[in-house]
Design a protein around this ligand. Structure first.
Ligand code: ASP
Length: 438
């Protein structure tokens, strides 16, 4: 580990020339911020369109053989206004011409989308006076399109070793046949993490437009407290339930080598943000670290006397789901009961087939599907040490008159997941926040 920070700026941090200036001030304020990973320009205001979406639309027209010059010109204009407003003596005209030609020759949707990061990083590199490093030559996917960490590190690590400062476009790399491939949407976060790993950085700063994670959704609880430190595992639990600030896959490259991620706000650089770490002795201010939840789940309830002594019962139930291409989210079970929780939108249209299959395989006494379930994950490394957490949680819910329909406590004791009626979702979340944080 050396004194290098990798800094990634999201689309809103690079949406216009004003944001570029903030980014430059942040980078220049700390010489250890050697490698900058950039997204494509994002939205400047809420109804605005991200460059990535403009590129997809433009390319779709080109691929159909329709005239795409208007769409392409709109994209050029956005980049050109950033260049002009920053007063740079620099032009992307050559690049535009080449890209437009590649669109006409159907260079691929991933190639098209990746040009947002590519062009934006060229501008940023010029503005900062940093080298421009194209990840097409350093970030690799295998034949089946899976990111190849080993091959990437082999190429990227020595390159970064010999480079003092660089801007690297996020979001894409290349396939063994040299075509461009992107990560899924929001994938510049993943590139940032890969670069941090390859640079053996002491910190990966992920700059965005919020000052880190909040304990709970601000649309449910007014002005919730921020989370100052969270472990990777806690974050996984919360992200699974929809708390999204960081791309889910961005954790893996840095996690195994213990590089922390700091979520920071480009518009408020003085805010400490949230630190995401492997392990921490910091016992967190509250017993819980965060609360996150989602609506839209269904429960398949199965009852059968003596199911616990029937060898293969669980497997047969799960085979019924598997046969219908459905994965399950949770599976709390009692002595003679088993509930399988699935996402409702994945279940729709398959209900009859699954019930028939379960009936056929295990002959239950009772079998039904209940919809409109919301799941809430209460996550916290502090829960392990604290007696009475579950008691406190359930009294708070009882007091708020919320009926708890399901409880699932993972053996990690890092989280308790409860299922409530969708209409109780907000009340339950508020009650938990009040009980543990207020
Ligand atoms: N520009 C890409 C997107 O909009 C990737 C990113 O910003 O991380 O999804």
């Amino acid at each position: 580990m050396n004194k290098t920070k990798v800094v990634k700026f999201g689309g809103s941090s690079l949406a216009d020339s004003n944001q570029f200036k903030k980014v430059a001030a942040i980078v220049k304020a700390d010489p250890t911020r050697r490698f900058v990973v950039a997204s494509a320009p994002g939205k400047r205001f809420s109804d605005d369109v991200k460059i990535t979406d403009m590129l997809y639309r433009c390319y779709d027209k080109a691929a159909k053989g329709s005239d795409f010059s208007k769409e392409f010109a709109d994209i050029e204009n956005r980049f050109n206004s950033i260049i002009a407003e920053l007063g740079l003596d620099f032009s992307l005209e050559e690049e535009f011409r080449h890209i437009k030609n590649s669109f006409a020759h159907r260079a691929g949707r991933d190639y098209a989308a990746s040009r947002g990061e590519y062009l934006n990083s060229m501008i940023l590199a010029n503005y900062l006076g940093f080298e421009f490093l194209d990840p097409a030559g350093f970030v690799f996917f295998d034949e089946s399109g899976v990111f190849d960490l080993n091959k990437t590190l082999e190429a990227l690590t020595p390159k970064l070793d010999e480079t003092q400062n660089a801007v690297i476009p996020g979001f894409y790399g290349s396939m063994p046949n040299d075509t461009i491939k992107t990560f899924s949407r929001g994938g510049s976060d993943v590139t940032g993490s890969i670069v941090a790993r390859a640079a053996d950085a002491e910190l990966y700063e992920n700059w965005t437009d919020v000052s880190g994670f909040l304990i709970c959704d601000p649309r449910i609880v007014e002005d919730p407290e921020p989370i100052t430190t969270i472990t990777y595992r806690e974050l996984r639990e919360l992200a699974y339930m929809g708390a999204t600030v960081l791309h889910e896959d961005a954790i893996f490259p840095v996690r195994s080598v213990g590089i922390p991620i700091n979520i920071k706000n480009t518009n408020h650089p003085e805010d400490p943000g949230t630190m995401i770490v492997a392990e921490t002795a910091d016992s967190s201010k509250h017993i819980i670290t965060g609360i996150a939840g989602k609506k839209g789940f269904s429960v398949i309830q199965i009852e059968k006397d003596m199911m616990n002594s029937e060898v293969g019962f669980g497997r047969n139930v799960l085979r019924s789901l598997e046969k219908n291409g459905l994965c399950f989210e949770h599976m709390p079970s009692g002595i003679d009961t088993m509930s399988v929780i699935v996402a409702t939108d994945a279940l729709v249209g398959k209900e009859r087939a699954i019930l028939d299959e379960i009936n056929f395989r295990v002959h239950p006494d009772k079998l039904e599907i209940e919809n409109n379930l919301a799941l809430i994950a209460v996550v916290g490394r502090g829960m392990r040490k604290q007696r009475g957490t579950a008691g406190k949680l359930f009294s708070a819910l009882a007091e708020a008159r919320v009926n708890v329909k399901m409880i699932d406590q993972g053996s990690s004791e890092l989280n308790i997941i409860i299922g409530v009626e969708e209409e109780d979702f907000e009340t339950a979340t508020k009650a938990i926040y009040e009980a543990f944080v207020k």
